[in-house]
Ligand binder design. Sequence first.
Ligand code: BZD
Length: 835
Amino acid sequence: VEASIPENQREAWRKHSAHGFENKDEFEKEAVRHIETTLARSLFNCDELAAYSGTALAFRDRLVIDWNRTQQRQTFADQKRVYYLSLEFLMGRTLDNAMLNVGLKDAAKDGLTDLGFRIEDIISQEHDAALGNGGLGRLAACFLDSMATLNYPAWGYGLRYRYGIFKQEIMDGYQVEIPDYWLDFNPWEFPRHDITVDIQFYGYVRKYQDDDGKSHAVWEGGEIVDAVAYDVPIPGYKTGTTNNLRLWSSKASRGEFDFQKFNSGEYESSVADQQRAETISAVLYPNDNLERGKELRLKQQSFWCSASIYDIVRRFKKSKRSWSEFTDQVAIQLNDTHPTLAIVELQRVLVDIEGLDWEDAWKIVTGTFSYTNHTVLPEALEKWSVPLIQNLLPRHLQIIYEINLQFLQMVERRFPQDREMLRRVSIIEESQPKMVRMAYLAIVGSHKVNGVAELHSDLIKTTIFKDFVTIYGPDKFTNVTNGVTPRRWLNQANPRLSEIIKAKLGGDEFLSDLNLLNQLENFVDDKAFRKEWAEIKYANKVRLAQFIMAQTGVSVNPKVMFDIQVKRIHEYKRQQLNIFGVIHRYLTIKNMTPEERKTYYPKVSIFGGKSAPGYWMAKNIIHLVNSVAQVVNNDKDVGNLLKVVFIEDYNVSKAEMLFPAADISQHISCAGMEASGTSQIKGVLNAGLLIGTCDGANIEVAREIGEDNIFLFGTLAEDVEDLRHAHSYSQHSIDGDLLKVFDAINSGIFGDRNSFSAIVSAVADHGDYYLVSDDFNSYIKTQALIDEAYKNQEDWITKCITSVARMGFFTSDRCIQEYAESIWNIEPLPPASKA
Ligand code: BZD
């Protein structure tokens, strides 16, 4: 390609080609240039936000250079790419990560000092990119980081929501949701107005026969909305590879019907059409693990799937290969069932537009897709009503029916006697109205299905997808246990810890080869190292204590145990168990003599997390936590023995501050219900211990770090069903200590007796679905073990160091390697210099 450009032109480009800054002075020059010319500010009105913007723009220039090179290299290399389709990418802040990955953080730090700023203040100016709810969205962000770091040719595809997850404010103890408009200044995205795709909705299907008697379907009429691409560079760590995340934004079509309306004087309704189109990508649905079947959500999914498939197919067609080579070039990973329509859309494009035979197309489709399941909760499994799809996507519905027909015929051939089986596995549920079961469609349309932790992957095979294991055999189902990126969750979140690990290991290779952490075990008895280790934890706690004081006015002593539970608020995650435990502790303290109190274990109990706006019980739990905090924190009898804090608006950047300050973190879901969890990994990696149930990835964490280093308790997943059954038959007996907690709540000492009693009733009177009463006693006993263990700081630190040393398995780099090798079948493409 290059050879076709005349030498003098090439020379001119080479001479002026951008390089970006390389050192402190050049950084200052670039930052100041951006502040003065891009932002039109000066020395006299450059506040911290402007300094952030200038710094970000200087780093952005560096990213873009690598990004352009990577995209060119990937295009010319013409090898297989993976596309990660996720409705959520919970990225958090970008600047710090960009500085680390580009490798010029020290230059920026010194340069900012020269310009009169502290780098930490500048970093904290950035608004989190919060295009996700929780674990699923954050996992996608960690995966992008790992795919780039490992040099995989990979793209993410998502939606560019104008409003990310809402900002949570706590008013009088209640959660209030504030819209998160985050796009005022976002230097990390590049609008690509030239990459715009027409997306069709509604309309009808016309069938016709061609001259050879072959029948065809054409989708006609309806309305068109434009999908405009916004690209975000994703730099890898210590590599030139910078991948692309493409987010689609909806816009009214450029089509002529607007102009007709303008001309006929319908200006207002034309503007209204425009707004309606823009609504599609306006807001992230704030529900995690709950499906509500809203039309706008279906529109979001189909809009994003169609645009992404169009883009992927267009790129493939440029390679001029034959369709049979599609699966040698393209792998598509579905992050949960939200992108399942991409399966249908690819089949539609191949059959209706490209003219392939159904069977040939279907082979390509199933060879391309793979599906990750993140939940077994029935209320979270997506189903869409047939009439809704019929109206919005008439051709897609026909294709879904055809896929189902072929699938059921196959099943019938293999299991001719089993009519029940056909009913059970049908993609269409014969309810009123009929529903499309998206998980079944995703399984049928994929070549691999994975769960996200061993227990979860086993559970899906024996429960919700059991029949599909019988039909397809066990090899279609696999496990990839979740991990997190150590760049963000160790180096960025905990720079000092990362620094002493680097000093001990003689380099920072552990950040890209996390198993190297195991060498830390050699230093577990190193006195100076242990001392510094403890100092770092203390400093992180001081920082959090200052934050808590500033945010809530509550004074907490950084010398006492910090116990945190931060994650989405959900009954299955059992924040109610935690707060019951806190109340039990409060009552225990109240019953002590002043003498006894002197020797009791002081503790700070920290909660944080958002509730879905329509999830009344979760909001009620937030209110209870805040109400208990009010009472406990102001009780003179309690003093510093117990403080309760609710951290407002938990998000990625707060997580980066919280985990480094945790002595212990709680992962106490009802067994079998948390698919994996990822925050326990963040807790241990940041030198905190865990209290957890035998659920999700906790089990594997215990296996890796050793059972002595983790506080496990509670019911096993295999016993959950029997216990629930027992609850519904017998009046289940409730532990005396828990009854006292209930009495305290019902007495009204925490206020709002009426709503809080619903939290109690769910356990005491309504079957206790989440087995809070079954686990309460062992929870309290385990908390007592923790209190005792914390007294012995020497042993505690040994446990922490040993645990960190054994966490190598839980890097998202390992996950990506597993996906690449056993699911996507793709090879890395390192930059020439690093090859
Ligand atoms: O995915 C979570 C699971 O609950 C965790 O156990 C697991 O660790 C992570 C990553 O695999 N699931 C979600 O976060 N799910 C959602 O946020 C979600 C969002 C929209 C609709 C349904 C679920």
